[in-house]
Structure formats: C-alpha cells, structure tokens
Write a protein that binds this ligand. Structure first.
Ligand code: 0L1
Ligand code: MG
Length: 262
C-alpha cells in the first residue's frame, strides 16, 4: 500500500462531497500519483460502503472502457468495473434533473438481469447468458466528478467509474436466440441521430464483457448475485445533454429507452 492510513477515507470524503455538491474537483492522482489499481478499487469499495451506510442499496455492476477505441485512448488494455446503487436508477417517465449533476453524458448500453448467483475465475460468456433471465435496452448517465472529465485509470476506478444514473427500457427479452453482438443501435438527441453502433462494440459481445467482470470479482472472492442488474458497457461514445434535451436509444429487436432532461 502506498497510501498512509486514513488517506482512503479522505479521498472518499473528497469524491462524495463533489458528487453531493455537484462540483468538479481536481483528480486525485495529482496528489497521489502512485495510486495502484488495487488501491483505487479499495477506495471505490469504501465509497460504495459509505453510500450504503447513508441508505443506498447495491443493486448491480457496471462495466466501463469496454471498447477498444476507448481503451486505446486511455492507453490501457483492460475494462474497469464499478457498482450500481438503487438511487442511480431513474424511471423512464421521470425527467433527469440537470441541477443535481455536474457535466453529464449519456451512453447506450445493454442491461443484463441476473437470475442466479455467479462467481468464479473461469466464467465464460455462455455462463453469463445461462444465468441471465432478461436483457433490456438501457442508457447510462456518466458524470465524472473530475475537472473536464479528465482522469487516469486509477482516478476513474476510485470514482466508481463515473457512475451517476441509469434508465432501463420496458422491453425485456431472454437472451436465448438473440444476436447480442449483431444487435444494431441508434442513439438520437432531440430526434437527430447522434451515434450508431452494435453490441459487438462491447468487447466483441456484451456477455463477454460481463464474464470479464465476474472473473475479476472472482479473483477477490466476490461475484454477481441473483437479482443483480449489470450494465455491460457503452455501445458508442457518450454524448452531452442539457435541460430541454431528450435522448433516445433504439435497438433492433430489443426496443427502445429514452429520457428527458429538465
Ligand atoms: O461507463 C463508462 O463507460 C464510463 C467509464 C469511465 C470512463 C468515462 O467516464 O468516460
Ligand atoms: Mg457505461
């Protein structure tokens, strides 16, 4: 450990107050340049535990940096994971409140609903699909707490991978028989096409991405639990939005999901 005792708690306080007060802050590696991935995940865990102490419930997992272009941009070869809590879930009919966020961006995702516990270190995409009751269209709102959305990998891991909100559409399908890699997607802003993509943008197949996270968790004795929801990773780049905007994501076969911002 490079961190002296109590520094992890200070960092958690720093990031949580930035989130609560909706203000961006200088990235933590400016002060702690030698922070390791393990330490960053330990800070993330402490941050989620603090949210739990304050009443939030852990309801699943999210994957980040799952596209090769984004990994190359960050100079990394691996995805990252963070946790979803119940207060991040926005019902589709409720507007997203801009004044509770810092500099949000929306990205299209496929959500997995997990029907059985899944833990291990040799988990495959087939194992993930076997325990997935439904997949559904989703939008993740990422809102890095760092100045100008600029950070290193350790910064973003500690910041729970920029997690902020997510919205799930109302069409839920069994993944059996669905070509999730070939599934086309169009994201629009106020009716204008903003980005397009297909499920394969997520590490070749969204279930491969979920399997990667389960194996990472397995290495530290953790796993997915029955009832978890998993956001498998962005299918295209994220787009900015502001009050008055409506973002919609339309999938072939899997239906659509949208939100309005007020
Ligand atoms: O969910 C994501 O893909 C975001 C991961 C963190 C990187 C970012 O904030 O762009
Ligand atoms: Mg995401």
């Amino acid at each position: 450990m490079n961190l002296t005792q109590g520094v992890d708690t200070e960092i958690v306080d720093y990031l949580l107050s930035a989130e609560k007060e909706c203000r961006e802050v200088v990235k933590i590696t400016d002060q702690y340049p030698n922070l390791t991935f393990e330490e960053a995940y330990a800070i993330q865990e402490k941050l989620i535990q603090r949210k739990e102490q304050e009443g939030a419930r852990r309801i699943g997992l999210k994957l980040g940096l799952t596209s090769k272009p984004k990994q190359e941009m960050m100079g990394v070869h691996e995805a990252i994971y963070g946790y979803l809590t119940d207060d991040m879930l926005v019902p589709e009919w409720r507007p997203v409140e801009f004044n509770k966020l810092i500099h949000p961006k929306a990205e299209p995702e496929i959500a997995f609903f997990i029907a059985e516990d899944l833990q291990g270190t040799n988990i495959t995409a087939a194992d993930v699909l076997r325990v997935t009751q439904y997949v559904a269209p989703a939008i993740e709102i990422i809102d890095s707490r760092y100045l100008n959305f600029k950070f290193t990998l350790t910064d973003v891991i500690a910041d729970n991978c920029s997690s902020s909100r997510f919205i799930v559409g109302n069409k839920w399908l069994s993944p059996i028989g669905l070509d999730l890699a070939g599934l086309g997607m169009v994201m629009s802003k106020n009716g204008e096409v903003a980005t397009v993509g297909a499920g394969a943008a997520v590490l070749g197949h969204p279930a491969t991405s979920v399997a990667w996270a389960v194996n990472k968790l397995g290495a530290i004795g953790k796993g997915l639990r029955k009832g978890d929801v998993v956001l498998s990773g962005a299918i295209s780049e994220a787009i900015m939005f502001e009050p008055g905007d409506t973002i919609a994501v339309q999938f072939a076969e899997l239906g659509s999901v949208s939100f309005s911002c007020k």
